[in-house]
Ligand binder design. Structure first.
Ligand code: SAH
Length: 220
């Protein structure tokens, strides 16, 4: 981008005060958060809040996660650069862009068509060419490009959706908020010899993952 980025100081402050100070260490994650223009992923009235320490609304009553949560989930994925990553819940596309900074291709599924279209435009405008978006029920995964080394689910599920477990590679990792609709635990699921091991990284709050292997449509 040749334009002057007036948000750069705010983004630097965000990284210092919300990301580094809370212990995020992966240099690739930090670099991605320094680079991705978060304000581009929210509507104009929210530009001034784009680097604040809380989630923001997107269209259709959904949210773009707090920057720290994006950083934490991305760090927990333990990405080295050559992984295939599936994201469920494209939303604004911000998390997608952060991932696109770190791997060759990001596959991302969103159930609300308008959100996916909007995210697609934003990602194209910012020059991300290594992102493939799909509209559909992400609890079913995205069979076409499976299996995946990493899966990140940015909406909360009552249990691990079985199709996602099936589409995770042996030795792969999935980061997903699991629990009741009002509060969840951030879980890392690892697949070893076909068995799933769960690790709990504490409390979080996400919008519901609505679909066949998630919550019923009345919750979303
Ligand atoms: N990663 C997003 C966060 C979006 S919030 C961002 O950075 O902006 C979670 C998103 O998950 C919402 O957009 C919601 O519509 C979507 N979602 C909920 N259930 C889904 C499902 N079954 N499949 C795909 N997307 C789903």
């Amino acid at each position: 981008m040749s334009e002057i980025d007036v948000f750069l100081p705010l983004r630097e402050k965000m990284v210092r005060e919300q990301i580094l100070s809370r212990g995020i260490k992966n240099p690739q994650v930090i670099k991605a958060l320094r680079k991705v223009p978060r304000h581009e992923f929210v509507a104009l009235p929210f530009h001034k809040d784009a680097y604040a320490d809380y989630p923001l609304p997107t269209a259709a009553g959904q949210t773009i996660s707090q920057p720290y949560m994006v950083a934490l989930m991305t760090e927990l994925l333990e990405i080295y650069g050559d992984e295939t990553v599936l994201e469920i819940g494209t939303g604004s596309g911000y998390q997608t862009a952060v991932l696109a900074e770190m791997v060759q291709t990001v596959y991302s599924v969103e159930r609300i068509e308008n959100l996916s279209l909007e995210a697609d435009l934003t990602l194209l405008r910012l020059g991300y060419k290594n992102v493939k978006l799909h509209v559909g029920d992400g609890t079913l995964g995205w069979e076409e490009f499976a299996p995946y080394d990493r899966i990140i689910v940015t909406a909360s599920a009552p249990n691990l959706p079985q199709p996602l477990v099936d589409q995770l590679k042996e030795g792969g990792k999935m980061v997903i908020p699991l629990g009741a609709s009002l509060g969840q635990d951030l879980i890392v699921a690892e697949k070893h010899k076909g068995q799933i091991k769960l690790f709990d990284y504490g409390k979080c709050v996400f919008v519901p993952l609505v679909g066949e292997f998630g919550w019923p449509a009345s919750t979303g």
